[in-house]
Design a protein around this ligand. Sequence first.
Ligand code: HEM
Length: 460
Amino acid sequence: MREGIAQLPPGPRMPRALQTAIWMRKAQWLMDTCQARFGDMFTLKIANEGTWVITSDPDTIKQVFTGDPSKLHAGEANRILLPVLGPNSVLLLDDERHLSQRKLLLPPFHGERMQRYGELMGSIAAEEIERWPLGEPYPLRPRMQAVTLEIILRAVFGVDEGPRMEHLRDELRRLLDLATSPLHGTLLTVLGPRRVMRLPRSRRERERLDRPIYEEIARRRRATDLAEREDIMSLLLQATHEDGTPMSDEELRDELVTLLVAGHETTANALAWAAERLCRHPEKLQRLSDEVAAGDGAYLDAVVQETLRLRPVISIVLRKLVEPMQIGGRVLPAGVSIVPSIHLVHRRADVYPRPDEFLPERFLESEGGKAPGTYTWIPFGGGIRRCLGAAFAQFEMEVVLRELVSRRSLAPVRPRSERVYRRAITETPRHDAEVVLAAREQAATPSSSSPAREAEALAA
Ligand code: HEM
């Protein structure tokens, strides 16, 4: 296709720097405003990111997710994460190298294996929740981060007790703080990933953070109980590429950090949003705790789906065009990124009636609702790049929410809903999901259907 006929859709005329500044603070607002003005497809210009063509049309999104991945590069479009994740990260690769890493990472995330993490997730959540103070305003987001971090450390790294593990835990926490700090986010947007990587301070930090990870990899390679271990690091140590070679230390480091960064903050924010939405809808919260107590998981599923629809923690996914391509009725030039907007497609009134309302029932087929659509419910992106941890994250959200609502009741601190606040690349509740917690009468007997309880009952 000739580049000469390529044509970008309309977009705001303000300078790139201004568009970038607004995007960094109010990405969803900017997309809402542009969609109202320009329709389902519009162009944004973001510093260091080039040109973005944002779309919220389900047919176009389908075309992007099912299109030829060698022409629609996601890895290239995620370059901003390079300094933290490293060059072997599945998130940053394209073509054969992406497929080869993805194939290695998929088995540990398969349904059955993942369910085994249920007991671990339930006991970590229960222990944390029991420590949260009652009867006073309390921001849940940092607490949810503690829960999801512990789950990832134990499930992915197999981190347990002992001083060595404490050190690894502390260093991984520091790495995450760095990755999600606003300063780091600003530096990346303004300087670009390669220049950030060359900054002496960022090099020193990386070396310091990587040291305990490499030490743990070396120790684990020598472990005699590798075959019995269930954690993802141990599984990956035994995995081999198609040519039979094992993963190198560098590959392992980059994938482990990728799983940590991709899976910790996102899930914590999604859980914080679930609490924020539920405490403002007491009747839905009541229904949820009743159904959980009765051992029925359908409403819980729907609450998770509706939270991820109405408050997606990631607003967009990107695919960079390797060559000019006909997309959504126009030819887009090579080098631009086509950007399905998770936020905008989730607010389409033709797909989701009363789109701004929190209505988990919309996903309950037994009540006239519809199952989430592949191209209209996309909190985890789609196609060959769909989030590897999607099932893990939804399962984790269910387990943690089940423990929460069966032990505590939640009331909001402020009368008004919390606004969406952008931190680095995730969208969080402005006041960190501030709630007042109270013990439930049956607090001493957590939900009958929790995986932890089920395991205990079986053992008894
Ligand atoms: C609610 C929680 C989560 C959300 C909202 C989320 C969202 C996303 C999104 C939007 C993408 C990009 C998909 C695309 O480009 O089409 C992605 C990719 C990815 N996510 Fe997640 N994620 C979550 C949790 C997790 C967890 C728990 C893990 C692992 C432990 C994980 C690992 C990954 C990986 C490895 C990729 C890259 C896949 C690839 O490029 O092939 N995520 N995630």
